[in-house]
Design a protein. Structure first.
Length: 649
């Protein structure tokens, strides 16, 4: 029989410690082996994999896609991790190795150097982990939203030279791999082109894109890329295959809108992002008032194409319109753009546009929810007094929930309000509802990451940050949040490139500049940190006390105590004008080594319920005091802001 050669991705799996386990308890070890076979074997076909053979306590499998092989490996480890979490018996631990290269098929088996490499590298994987060769990493880099960590080059038995290896994600069962956003397909709705005679109708096309994303997001089991990421491709001529690769999606919706008077023609097509094959094309000629009905019909057609079975309630949700007033929608979109700047002036302009949207349509629930988010942002960063921020945010969130109790955004902002008032039970309940209603809501996963940071559960915080990035990979705001939680989860090397990408997309982001500087400061690279933090303060001005306190941190590291105290004076002046800044002042005095004033302002921050106080045990200004008896007694007297680490939402 002639041998056939081809390029393939090869996976080996191996049960850790199987030989020793059989000596200790052969029946139990064999039962666990059969159990893992029942978990692993069915996962190969959904990812285009083919089981070549069982190796006794593992498998040799072949895939025609390197990316699919890596995704299959992640799913195997996730399922094994779930099994271990539910079982009261001995855990099952797997190692996985993946390589890509030429193989030769003969008699139903495969042979060649590529198979030998894959067989050797599996032993280099950690229990619960996945080990990849450099050839695999070259093909999946930036296509999987998980860390790829370089391992030391290793000389492996039977191989002539050292092999460059990488670790994918973190070992399951030790620090669980992130749950997949969904077990179904991933899809992106690209910005609809405006081909109307009047260029001013651009907002209509943008609104169409926004609401179609919202409609498709209601499909059960579908991962949908958020608006901020897809809007990066507005007016682009880039191929769909390239866009799909950058967004990590298999399917793309694109279309155009032509509006003339009260009539509108919408053309939409569904495209396979891997092959650029058009799955279907449809045109709709309707009145403007019917545009949201059309969106529901398109979402239904997408569901049919992806073979998604809908319940009757799902179908009803698809046609739900947030507003029928397109002027209100235009004002809302303007508000979103301004809120994304994360500055005092941007927040003021955002509120102006969002309140305009609510005035044009008093039943526009999403506009109220977004305005509540803006107030919370201003309060957290001490741009305005916290109580003012919380009072307005609470009022607006309640209005949004009264108008639409099924709005995930409204439950999310109410969760943040409750956390700001230190009602952690209520916060967890509302966040859980937000995630149930909006599993594709990147910001909800980011908030969950911040909560895990608060609990000191840094691995889980990093996982949620990865999910948020996967849902909205090109959004500067999501990038900034995710990178911040990576920073506080002690993954500075992961945070820095994300901050840099966020700045490349939005050079005016003071928040990203400041935390990039803080990241370099944590690495001891003070020469890089100084201009970055100065850039942040220049963009924020003295209306952002926490950014000033980070700059004080840098000056303290440089031994410039007079500069630290000068910053304290700036924040005191800001506070004297009727603003906030208590926690920032406590941080600055901590950097200055003035214990008495540090405690004084911490007590004020606690009394004023400053949101940043919630992260007291994580704020770098106080790390040198964490083991200080007086500091511990102080936070015990006031009430430790970090509760025992429970299960979380």
């Amino acid at each position: 029989m002639a041998a056939r050669r081809r390029l393939a991705a090869i996976m080996f799996t191996d049960v850790v410690g199987f030989t020793a386990a059989t000596r200790a308890d052969e029946p139990g070890a064999l039962a666990r082996l059969r159990e893992q076979e029942g978990i692993v074997r069915p996962l190969f076909p959904p990812y285009g994999g083919k089981e070549i053979k069982s190796t006794g306590d593992g498998f040799l499998a072949e895939f025609d896609s390197v990316l699919k092989a890596a995704e299959c490996g992640l799913e195997i480890q996730r399922r094994i991790g779930e099994r271990n979490a539910k079982s009261s018996g001995s855990p099952v631990e797997l190692r996985i190795g993946i390589h890509v290269g030429d193989v030769e098929e003969l008699g139903g088996d495969i042979h060649g150097d590529a198979v030998n490499v894959a067989a050797r590298i599996v032993t280099a994987a950690e229990p619960g982990g996945i080990c990849l060769t450099e050839q695999v990493v070259d093909q999946i880099r930036d296509r999987i939203p998980l860390p790829l960590e370089r391992m030391p080059s290793q000389s492996l038995k039977g191989l002539p030279s050292p092999v460059r290896l990488y670790r994918l994600g973190r070992p399951a069962g030790r620090a669980d791999l992130p749950s997949r956003m969904s077990d179904g397909p991933r899809i992106a709705v690209l910005p609809f082109a405006n081909i109307s005679p009047d260029p001013k109708d651009e907002y209509f096309a943008d609104g169409m894109t926004e609401e179609l994303i919202s409609s498709v997001s209601r499909l059960p089991g579908v991962g949908v890329i958020s608006r901020t990421s897809v809007m990066q491709f507005k007016n682009t001529t880039r191929p769909v295959v390239e866009i799909g690769r950058e967004l990590h999606v298999g399917t793309v919706v694109e279309g155009s809108v032509r509006k003339a008077g009260d009539r509108v023609r919408i053309t939409v097509q569904l495209i396979d992002a891997e092959t650029d094959r058009h799955l279907w094309v449809e045109s709709y000629d309707r009145t403007v008032d019917d545009v949201f009905v059309v969106q529901g019909e398109i979402a239904q057609r997408v569901a049919d194409s992806l073979k998604i079975r809908l319940q009757s309630t799902d179908a009803q949700h698809l046609a739900r319109a947030p507003t029928r007033n397109m002027e209100a929608y235009s004002a809302y979109l303007k508000g979103l753009a301004q809120a994304g700047k994360s500055t005092d002036e941007g927040n003021k302009q955002a509120l102006s546009s969002l309140f305009e949207a609510a005035a044009l349509d008093p039943h526009f629930a999403v506009a109220y929810a977004e305005a509540a988010h803006v107030f919370l942002h201003s309060g957290f960063f001490e741009m305005i007094p916290l109580e003012e921020a919380l009072s307005e945010a609470t009022r607006l969130a309640r209005t949004a929930l009264e108008l639409d109790p099924t709005l995930a955004d409204a439950h999310l902002v109410m969760a943040e309000v409750l956390r700001s008032r230190w009602d952690l039970t209520g916060f967890e309940q509302e966040l859980r509802v937000a995630l149930d209603l909006g599993p594709n809501l990147a910001q909800a996963h980011s908030v969950r990451a911040s909560y895990f940071i608060h609990l000191g559960r840094k691995d889980e915080a990093a996982q949620e940050s990865a999910i948020a990035l996967a849902l909205d990979p090109l959004s500067p705001q999501v990038q900034q949040s995710a990178a911040t939680w990576y920073l506080y989860a002690d993954r500075v090397d992961k945070a820095i490139p994300i901050f840099e990408e966020a700045i490349a997309r939005d050079p005016e982001s003071a928040f990203a500049w400041g935390n990039l500087g803080l990241s370099h400061l944590r690495q001891g690279k003070l020469d890089l940190a100084l201009p970055e933090m100065q850039q942040s303060v220049a963009k924020h001005g003295t209306t952002h006390p926490l950014e000033l306190s980070d700059l004080a941190y840098l000056y303290a590291r440089l031994g410039k105590r007079e500069e630290v105290l000068r910053i304290a004076d700036q924040i005191l002046q800001f506070r004297g004008e009727g603003h906030a800044g208590a926690f920032a002042l406590a941080s600055v005095y901590a950097h200055a080594g003035d214990r008495a004033k540090m405690f004084e302002w911490l007590e004020i921050a606690h009394r004023e319920r400053v949101q940043a106080y919630y992260f007291l045990r994580l704020e770098f200004a106080f790390e040198k005091f964490w083991d200080d008896a007086e500091f511990r007694a102080f936070i015990e007297r006031l009430g430790d802001p970090a509760p025992e680490a429970g299960p979380g939402p």
